[in-house]
Design a protein around this ligand. Structure first.
Ligand code: KIV
Length: 272
């Protein structure tokens, strides 16, 4: 997307809404570091999510719970520095918004001020309504997140598909409507039946962005390391791998090791 003068036009909340309105799908990926964000932005991704999945993917934790607000801000700063066009959305980490709305607002303000990101994302519906109201009143755009919400993994007990039962599906419908009415600008739907995701996407104004939620969402998101095949063992049904980088990087590393050991690297033209 470029202007008449050829400069890139930044993706904003308005761009995202206009995409839904004209039926154009939204492509979102996660990013946690400068180099990767540069590549994804250059390729034309619409939204980069500095997800709290950094806790798993970058730091090797089993869940998203341990990552701190300071660590999220560090990742977000690196991504923001890389980006020319994409909208950068940053996850509010576990513990930074659930206890009360004052803490939620101060966490969101820290992310926006210290990283230069364009929006925050948080998990949950009516339970966090007060926090959402307060952050939105401060002019900070919010992306919601319903369905499988990994910050509640110890409540769920498993990472299986959510909202298969009618009671949970109805709560999700109600929460989606609430987030729409409160003024969130988009909504992630994670690991729920495709039929329910379609119903929600059609019944609310704001765009839905699915992960394991089927083809009827207004956009899709994947964790970049999963999509590139860096995370070797993670192979859920919803994941499409576009590369097998675990093997490719491993092969390159083996070739490098061999070259060093056999005195082939560096050669005469690779030294001063
Ligand atoms: O943290 C994350 O990567 C996410 C996506 C899976 C939506 O929340």
């Amino acid at each position: 997307m470029s202007t008449a003068t050829g400069e890139l036009k930044r993706v904003t909340t308005h761009t995202i809404q206009a995409m839904k309105n004209r039926g154009e799908k939204i492509a979102m990926l996660t990013a946690y570091d400068f180099s990767t964000a540069r590549i994804l932005d250059d390729a034309g991704i619409d939204i980069l999510l500095v997800g709290d999945s950094a806790s798993n993917v970058m730091a090797g934790h089993e869940t998203t719970l341990p990552i701190t607000l300071d660590q999220m801000i560090y990742h977000a700063q690196s991504v923001v520095r890389a980006v020319n066009r994409a909208m950068v959305v940053v996850d509010l980490p576990f513990g930074s918004y659930q206890s009360n709305s004052e803490i939620a607002l101060s966490s969101a303000i820290r992310i926006m001020k210290e990283s230069g990101a364009h929006a925050v994302k948080l998990e949950g519906g009516e339970e966090v309504e007060e926090s959402i109201r307060r952050i939105l009143r401060a002019g900070i755009p919010i992306m919601g997140h319903l369905g499988l919400t990994p910050q509640s993994i110890y409540k769920f007990g498993t990472y299986t598909v959510r909202a298969k039962e009618e009671a949970e599906a109805q709560k999700l419908r109600d929460d989606a409507k609430l987030l729409d009415e409160l003024g969130c600008f988009a909504l992630v739907l994670e690991k729920i039946p495709a039929q329910l995701a379609m119903e929600v996407s059609e019944s609310i104004e704001i765009p839905t962005i699915g992960i394991g939620a089927g083809k009827h969402c207004d956009g899709q998101v994947l964790v970049t390391q999963d999509m590139l095949g860096i995370t070797k063992e993670f192979k859920p049904r919803f994941l499409r791998r576009y590369l097998e980088l675990f093997e490719a990087i491993g092969d390159a590393t083996k070739r490098y090791i061999t070259d060093v050991k056999q005195l082939d690297f560096p050669n005469d033209s690779e030294q001063y």
